[in-house]
Structure formats: C-alpha cells, structure tokens
Design a protein around this ligand. Structure first.
Ligand code: ATP
Ligand code: MG
Length: 389
C-alpha cells in the first residue's frame, strides 16, 4: 500500500504575503533533513506538505523522527494513499489500521472532504468507514467524545488519505525566515537552550565559544560541540568559532581588580563576539543569561556588558526560572551533556566577591590597564572555525 507523510504548516499559515517564501524555506529545511534517507517527491497544497518516498526501503520512522525537529510544523503523520473511491478507502482503511486498532477499544472517524466533487459528504464518509471498521473488528466500539484513537479520512485534490491521529510538530517558524544571529555558547545548561529557543523563532545560528587551555580541557570543547550538535538537530548546520581566551584571562588576572574579573571577561567576550558575528552577516548576539541568576546577570551588570557592543543582544531566557530552562534542556536532550563536570573559562577566575552593582564608569576604570584592542585583534586572528551538523 502506498504511504506518504502529511505535514501541516504551523504559524506560518498566518504570514500573509510572506507565506510562499516561508513555505519554500520550510520545504527546503525538510528536504535537507530527510534527503539522506532516499529520494522523495515533495508537494504542497492548502497548508499541507506531502512527502512521497520514491524508494521502497524508505525508513519512515527515522524520517518522522527528523521531521519532529523541523520548526514551522504544527502536526505530521504517516498516511495511506487511496483512490477517491469509497470502496477503495474502506478496503484500505481495514488493512492499514489493522495493527493500531487491535490495541484499542474505542475509536471515531473524522472526515474532511476538500474535494467537493466527491459524492459523499464528510459525515457520510465517516459513517461508511466507521461501519466498515466495526464490521471487521468486532472488539471495537465507537466513542465520539473520548475515543482511544481518531481515524482521519481526507479526500483531497489528487487522492484520499487515511491516518490514525497525528503527532505534534516542533512549532515555531522555519529556520532561515528570521535572519541569522550568533550564540555565545558555553558548556552550561543555559546557552544551548537559548540557542534552541531563538532557532525556534526562525533564526539561523552561528556559534562562538571562548576556550582557555590549559585551564579548560579538550573535553570541555568536545562538550560544547556535542551540545551544539543537539541544537543543530533543530537549527540545521551551525558554524562554530573557537576563540582562544587564555591570554585575555591572564591579562585580566594581572591587571584588573578581582571583584571585576567576571564582568571584564564578559565585556571582552561581547566585544570579540560582535566582531566575529559581524563578519558573517549576523544581526544580533544571543546569550543564555537569566536576570539575577548570578552576579554577572544583575541588571546593572547586564547594562555594562551591553554597553560595549552596538549589536542587539538577545537573551531569550531573561525571564525564565532555572527549572523552566532545565525542562527545555531535557526536552532537547542536552541536559545530561550540560551537567558533565568539565571546567568552563568562567569558573577559572571566579572572584570571591563579584561586583553586583557595577557602574559603566567603574568598569572602564577597572579595565584601564588592559590593551583591549591588541588583545581583541590577537584573539580574533587565532580563532578557529568549524561546522557542526
Ligand atoms: P550557561 O549555562 O549558558 O553557561 P551560566 O548561567 O553559567 O550560563 P555564565 O557562565 O555567567 O552563566 O554565562 C552567561 C552567558 O555568557 C552564557 O549563557 C553564554 O551565553 C555566555 N558564555 C559564558 N561562558 C562562555 C564561553 N566560554 N564561551 C562563550 N560564551 C560563554
Ligand atoms: Mg556558564
């Protein structure tokens, strides 16, 4: 029996004039995700995308798993394809749903007749198919209010389709419809969640990581790569810049007051990130900061870090509690990696009494003995780029 995957667009159905463009990007993203699984033909009509495998050994389960990570999709399902003929639909429904119906007690049929030339109305289709299923599987009962399973019949332009329920899509907007921004990624819990959250609103991602060998180990860098690969399941390919940060940290350690270490480090990260991000067409920076979570994330501290860049800084977690952040971290399967105990450059020089209410002026004074421009230039020159899929 011929089977396809039906995909219902999400929020992009609302986008008026931009809709075509959004759909094209969504289709491109879907294609990219499943093209390694074999040849498929993809067609769209009326907020639905039809994916028809052209190879007999197409791995449906793997395809569905990948599609569940594509933003811009409200719902998706496998479906059997039938002729637009009630006898063919009945025969195939009995066969196609056999296994799923054997595991349930109650069901209902919902039908949709998009092609009004089809001789039966939607309620008539439901009645006919429901009767047929009851006659074939006598253990079943109809329950219109709270069925174990909903059987959907859709009569559309080219064919009729049978499916049993559907799965929730990843929601959001297709990646690439909102421009590109650079995530400052650490090995912690927050920044991968921030990256995921912004990709969900349609942003393409670059990533920037500051590494301080030998204070930080190669394992810490591997951890960051692994976290980014979890994000990339949703966002698509990410370009990663690894910036050497050891010298800058040493210089801060030698030349700045201890209570400003973290703040000055954050200001240096922002300055360098803006330059790297600018060179590759990013419109904003993204961080995993959450208001008040640590000393460097009080409002006065965030103001002093923002001040050194012109690019907007997106902080999608700013109003979230740690528990909410951890929930998303688990959901994208990043949590177990995030809590691996490898050191981050931020934990290397943690002041005993970090400044929580810095002023711009006091920050400028605290970093007065640093040759900021030279340090930035050198770090950028030695930055290494790679791609994460
Ligand atoms: P995370 O869990 O993301 O590490 P955090 O709560 O530990 O966040 P900080 O360590 O203060 O907070 O870092 C705040 C933000 O600064 C991070 O979310 C991240 O965006 C950025 N950041 C921190 N360390 C690095 C790093 N080594 N490389 C790149 N960005 C970093
Ligand atoms: Mg951190």
């Amino acid at each position: 029996m011929k089977e396809i995957i039906l995909i219902k667009n999400g929020e992009l159905a609302l986008k008026g004039m931009n809709r075509c463009n959004f759909e094209e990007i969504l289709i491109k993203n879907i294609k990219q995700k499943i093209s390694q699984l074999g040849n498929v033909s993809i067609r769209k009509a009326q907020s639905t995308i039809y994916i028809e495998p052209l190879d007999s050994d197409f791995d449906f389960e793997e395809a569905l798993d990948r599609i569940s990570c594509v933003f811009g999709i409200a719902a998706f399902s496998r479906a059997a394809v039938c002729e637009k003929d009630i006898d063919d639909i009945s025969k195939k429904a009995v066969e196609y749903l056999k296994e799923q119906l054997s595991n349930v007690k109650t069901f209902k049929v919902e039908s949709k007749r998009a092609d009004k030339r089809f001789p039966l109305t939607s309620p008539e289709i439901s009645k006919e198919i429901g009767g047929c299923l009851l006659a074939t599987y006598p253990h079943l009962k109809v329950d219109v209010h709270n069925p174990d399973i909903v059987v959907n019949i859709e009569v559309r332009d080219y064919a009729a389709y049978i499916r049993a329920g559907q799965l929730h899509g990843a929601g959001g907007l297709p990646v690439g419809t909102a421009g590109k921004a650079a995530i400052l990624i650490s090995g912690g819990i927050d920044s991968p969640v921030a990256a995921y959250t912004m990709a969900k609103r349609g942003l393409l991602l670059d990533a920037i990581h500051f590494a301080s060998p030998p204070y930080t180990s190669p394992r810490a860098e591997m951890k960051v790569r692994k976290l980014l690969s979890k994000v990339a399941r949703y966002s698509g390919r990410i370009r990663l810049a690894i910036v050497p940060f050891t010298e800058i940290q040493d210089e801060i350690g030698k030349n700045c007051p201890e209570d400003y270490f973290t703040l000055i480090m954050r200001r240096m990260m922002m300055r360098i990130s803006e330059k790297i991000a600018n060179d590759t067409g990013n419109l904003a920076l993204i961080t995993g900061e959450s208001l008040g979570q640590v000393a460097s994330q009080t409002l006065p501290a965030l103001v002093t870090t923002d001040y050194v860049v012109n690019m907007p800084v997106l902080r999608p977690l700013i109003g979230m509690d740690k528990e909410e952040i951890i929930k998303i971290s688990r959901q994208i399967d990043a949590f177990e990696t995030s809590i691996l105990p490898y050191e981050d450059c931020c934990t290397v020089f943690t002041p005993k009494h970090p400044k929580t209410r810095p002023t711009l002026q006091s920050c400028v004074e605290a970093e007065a003995n640093l040759d900021i421009d030279a340090l930035i230039e050198k770090a950028i020159k030695e930055t290494a780029f790679s791609f994460i899929d």
